[in-house]
Design a binder for this molecule. Structure first.
Ligand SMILES: NC(=O)c1ccc[n+]([C@@H]2O[C@H](COP(=O)([O-])OP(=O)(O)OC[C@H]3O[C@@H](n4cnc5c(N)ncnc54)[C@H](O)[C@@H]3O)[C@@H](O)[C@H]2O)c1
Length: 244
């Protein structure tokens, strides 16, 4: 499991773990406590699709830790049956999370700057008949992030905003792909999906953490689209320059 949202205060290395799942959220906090000591992290239970609760999670973090430096919008579900929910979690909440993070970081709001990472997927590049709406949301996250990163640059927000696109990763989400409750009628394409998994391989979450760290640390990156795959590791997507 990787939490839905991470809100990090850099100068004092404090982190708010935000997730719907209380048990997993508390486990994550306990691991952080064990490694970094008590008082460095907090867990906030929150459904990121509930706008007021999400706003409150950001406010509570800033009230507790004093400021916000890094926000990682990571929530994602794989539900083609309830596809409207998939859009709410994977795309709408990423947009809301970005706007809320900007309220707490952007020079536009009198703040001191920061970094936002939005999590997309290689599904945005290698589409599958098994996940049409998931694929659409992950395209949306890339388009939104690139455009808002340009707005940040041109508007002098002082906030770097980048997007991370992992290929298959060994997490609970990957185990939902054979479940009719999640995939609905598209479950019949699961063998096609599993063939892709065998062909492209499955990443370990530690490599995704390494990619995140690069996006956080490299001050030259804004609007970057980082891809992480088994064959090429951490690398960046390049786009053709726009022409008339
Ligand atoms: N696992 C993969 O193969 C893979 C590949 C590419 C991209 N991704 C993306 O990585 C991100 C993390 O996924 P993961 O693989 O760690 O999945 P995961 O299911 O292990 O973790 C997702 C977390 O999001 C939380 N969550 C779901 N809905 C929520 C909501 N409404 N409000 C708050 N929290 C909510 C869940 O409780 C869970 O802790 C997602 O955006 C996913 O689309 C995953």
């Amino acid at each position: 499991m990787s939490p839905a949202l991470l809100l990090i205060v850099l100068c004092v290395l404090q982190v708010a773990v935000v997730d719907l799942n209380e048990i997993l959220g508390e486990q994550c906090k306990a691991q952080l406590d064990a490694e970094f000591g008590e008082g460095k992290s907090t867990f906030i239970q929150c459904d990121v699709t509930h706008g007021d609760a999400l706003r409150d999670a950001f406010q509570r973090t800033v009230d507790q830790f004093g400021q916000l430096d890094i926000a990682i919008n990571n929530a994602g579900i794989n539900n083609e049956k309830n596809w409207e929910k998939t859009i709410q979690v994977n795309l709408t909440s990423v947009i809301k999370g970005t706007y809320l993070a900007l309220e707490h970081m952007s020079k536009e709001y009198g703040k001191i700057g920061g970094t936002i990472i939005n999590v997309s997927s290689m599904a945005a590049f290698l589409h599958s008949p098994h996940q049409p709406v998931y694929t659409a949301t992950k395209h949306g996250v890339i388009g939104f992030t690139r455009a808002i990163a340009d707005a940040s640059l041109q508007g002098d927000y002082g906030v770097r905003i980048n997007v991370l696109c992992p290929a298959f990763v060994d997490t609970p989400l990957l185990h939902t792909v054979e479940d009719e409750d999640n995939m609905g009628k598209f479950v019949k394409f699961k063998d096609d999906f599993k063939r892709s998994m065998n062909k492209f391989g499955v990443l370990q979450p530690s490599l995704i953490a390494e990619g995140m760290m690069r996006l956080i640390m490299d001050n030259s990156l804004n609007g970057a689209v980082m891809k992480i795959t088994c064959s090429k590791g951490i690398h960046f997507h390049t786009y053709e320059p726009m022409s008339a």
